[in-house]
Design a protein around this ligand. Structure first.
Ligand code: ASP
Length: 434
């Protein structure tokens, strides 16, 4: 008899083998080019496959999701609730980040010598990050709102980082479909419904190679960080230990304290069962560092394993993957504090309120792709007068923290999905959860 290994175990095995590969290859001095030429491509293929379906999935599921909310009243009720919880949890996340950041004060633990060294080492990379962010300088903090509106839907839909614009179009199109005669709307909805089913089936196909993809992603990441001197990776990680610890503690509080409390308060879903349902989603978010790439699996697990209705999932989750980033906003709060502390710039209460405002907008504006949060951090730093070149200080650990904050980003989406589903009487967990 064929025993079925659950998806999360397969991903976990891939992840562990990838880490092992990375360390062994660095310690044995195997040429990094082997990993980058023959292993990394499989990780890239896996992520590309996931990204390939992200856009049609967002477009189709949101159009179907919105238009199936039979009337505009139901849409505004569910939309209002969803956006309110998304915003509230984002503000809560930043506040938690700021409180821990003020308690631990990670920036003040960094010796001057290390700071200079990091600045010098990463100055080059920072200028790359800053180049990407150049357009964000000297602009209104409301620019993310302007950027939400596409001026050409075809070009927005051809660019994975313009997902927010596609979301806006899809929501408007969904509302329009409710408002036109049913017989005109039906074929359009049927088309997008079919497209939606098709992309979800593709997820099953792509997940077959998930363990290999995750193995390759982790293996090449470790080899990259370690270079040919594994010690250097450890040194840098140790120097930034307190900063990372602050971010990770904040993220852990969100996942293990805040979300379970909210789930208990607002749903009948047992917390253990919830975590079992979304475990593979968290592992995939960790391995890909991308909410967008994780979205197809998030939708599948929330519907099949958590038991939220298709109607709720297809509205709440694509929206969440794009605009709700509790992990990113928490990280931006801590990072801004850390950089200010490290550069000896005092931040008063008003500055910290400014961080709450700008990090909320910046996290909404961050695309669900790796490293997006780092680029948008520039907006936060600009608003409180902290030199953006300070980003150099945190660059070394950003990739790892990106993986962790992405886990929180997607966990937040699934938690809100459960709450909305419960409030709409559309949460019916299946008997078995693998
Ligand atoms: N990688 C994150 C995500 O996709 C965004 C970020 O960089 O914070 O959710």
């Amino acid at each position: 008899m064929k025993t079925k290994i659950p998806l999360h175990s397969k991903i976990l095995i891939g992840l562990a083998l990838g880490v092992a590969w990375g360390f062994i290859s660095a310690w044995q001095g195997w040429p990094p080019s082997f990993t980058s030429n023959y292993i990394e491509p499989f990780g890239t293929i896996f992520v590309r496959l996931l990204k390939m379906i992200a856009l049609p999935l967002v477009l189709a599921s949101l159009i179907v999701g919105v238009s199936s909310l039979s009337d505009v009243k139901k849409l505004s009720r569910m939309g209002g609730k969803t956006i309110f919880i998304y915003l509230a949890t984002t503000v809560l996340a930043i506040t938690i980040g700021l409180v821990i950041g003020n308690l631990i004060r990670p920036g003040e633990t960094l010796p001057q010598k290390t700071r200079d060294q990091l600045m010098a080492t990463f100055g080059e990379n920072t200028s790359k990050a800053l180049e990407g962010a150049e357009s964000l300088k000297d602009i209104s903090p409301l620019q993310p709102l302007v950027d939400m509106v596409p001026d050409n839907i075809v070009s927005a839909a051809s660019n994975n980082t313009a997902m927010l614009q596609v979301v806006l179009f899809a929501v408007l199109a969904g509302v329009a479909l409710i408002s036109i005669p049913r017989e005109k709307a039906a074929p359009v909805i049927a088309f997008f419904d079919g497209l939606n089913e098709l992309t979800i089936k593709l997820v099953d196909f792509i997940m077959v190679i998930a363990p290999i993809g995750v193995f390759a992603l982790m293996g090449s990441l470790i080899v990259d960080i370690a270079g040919d001197d594994p010690g250097s990776a450890f040194e840098l990680l140790a120097a930034l230990f307190w900063y990372s610890l602050t971010v990770v503690s904040g993220l852990a509080i969100m996942v293990f304290v805040v979300y379970p409390i909210l789930l208990r308060l607002f749903t009948k879903l047992p917390v253990g069962r919830y975590f079992r349902a979304i475990r593979p989603v968290q592992l995939l978010a960790f391995s890909t560092s991308s909410s967008n790439a994780t979205l197809p699996l998030t939708m599948e697990r929330c519907e099949k394993n958590m038991g939220a209705s298709e109607e709720v999932c297809s509205f709440v989750l694509p929206l969440g993957a794009t605009v709700n980033m509790d992990g990113t906003s928490l990280y931006q709060g801590v990072a801004a504090l850390f950089i200010a502390q490290a550069l000896n710039i005092p931040l008063d209460f008003t500055d910290q309120l400014m961080i709450v405002l700008t990090a909320t907008l910046a996290s909404i504006g961050s695309a669900g792709v790796p490293g997006a949060g780092l680029v948008m951090l520039v907006i936060v730093l600009e608003s409180i007068g902290v030199p953006t070149s300070g980003i150099a200080l945190i660059l070394a650990v950003d990739r790892i923290l990106d993986m962790c904050r992405t886990v929180v980003n997607v966990t937040g989406d699934t938690m809100v999905c459960a709450i909305i589903a419960q409030s709409e009487n559309a949460l019916h967990p299946p008997a078995e959860v693998d």
